[in-house]
Design a protein around this ligand. Sequence first.
Ligand code: PLP
Length: 440
Amino acid sequence: MTSSNNPETVALHAAYRADPATGAVAVPIYQTTSYQFESTETACKLFALEELGNIYTRVMNPTTDVLEQRMAALEDGAAALATSSGQAASALAIQNIARSGDNIVSSTDLYGGSWNLFANTLETMGIEVRFVDPADPENFRRATDDKTRAYYAETLPNPKLEVFPIGEVAGIGDDLGIPLIVDNTAAPIICRPIDHGAHIVVYSTTKYIGGHGTSIGGMIIDSGRFDWEKHARRHPLLNQPDPSYHGAVWSEAAKPLGPIAYILKCRVTVMRDLGSAMSPFNAFQFIQGLETLPLRMREHCRNAAAVAEFLSGHPAADKVIHPGQQDGEPRRRADAYMTGGFGGLVGFEIAGGQDAGMRFIDALNMIYHVANIGDARSLAIHPATSTHQQLSAAEQLASGVTPGYVRLSVGIEHIDDIIADIDQALHAAVNPNASAAVAA
Ligand code: PLP
């Protein structure tokens, strides 16, 4: 265990010190569904939430618990809940406080999967999502009515890579009694949204937390700082008797356990009922990833900044998209919120448009062509012909995807090798006849 607040130490030591049964230093994988109760009295207390403890792995697990506590400690949150995927984290975070007839207000700058969840699936459940442009934070206030239950945004959304105004929108939420949920998937360690006023943080742990492209998972972190009782009329699900848990009023029931009403309810009702729990094996994988995350994020940031710099001087790159290359308000937000670096993502528009973008991807030797980000390996994709292919040309442009846009998730290989691969692929992409001429 540790009393340190330094992320490098927290990531290795928080919430676990050697297994009491065996002395194992690595967190054991508790691959079990259920737990022997000491007595009927203990079982009774556990189910009544008079004591917190292990009941069934859909709702809690000792391996997953270490990961949850470590991530809560890293984010300065009160408690956390692991989920089976990042998508499950976003969905559950909203379903915990919004029901049919309610709405949430979301930034337009979102991962495509979140966009689909909000625009289509939540809509079929009767939860309306109102999309607003985050360039003006006041758009969130304007879209709010008395049925608004949450604000939602991503810290560092791609492809635009313009940092979200976390403090500004969290402040509007504080005025109106609306919690801000921030997806911090692209910026762990380098941004702590709770420090800037966000009330709930969600992650796809699939990306940088795991870091090795092996496992799908997600996390919801409760800051413990939102005053649900003060805004009782706006948040009936936290303040009125819950028929699914013998009439518990969550803002009251959680008090003896800490400021964890939101995440406690999420665990024992929404997770209990919908069941999208993280497997203990995946929790173990994410613990391994987390242990080196601060170190990896430093390298990701350093390499991505170097790639952006290289591309900004390259004649085959018409435009480079990276927070370090921005100015004006986007740069001010990047400097204000990304206190540990600008992340590992870089976009660029290749000279020659769509055909050149496709040739660039096909010419890469080391960098993988995948629909993923946050791996220790460098990754690339051409969104217009892959992730954003189903959108019309106008929709692609609105989301920041031009025909020649290429997204790079810069890894932690040696920077010379990353740049050499990009350089040769750029050359092949903009001189398609050169290799044919040589061959002839
Ligand atoms: N949020 C962001 C920003 C993402 O990039 C992704 C996946 O790419 C998700 C959420 C969804 O995560 P998962 O694939 O783990 O469900």
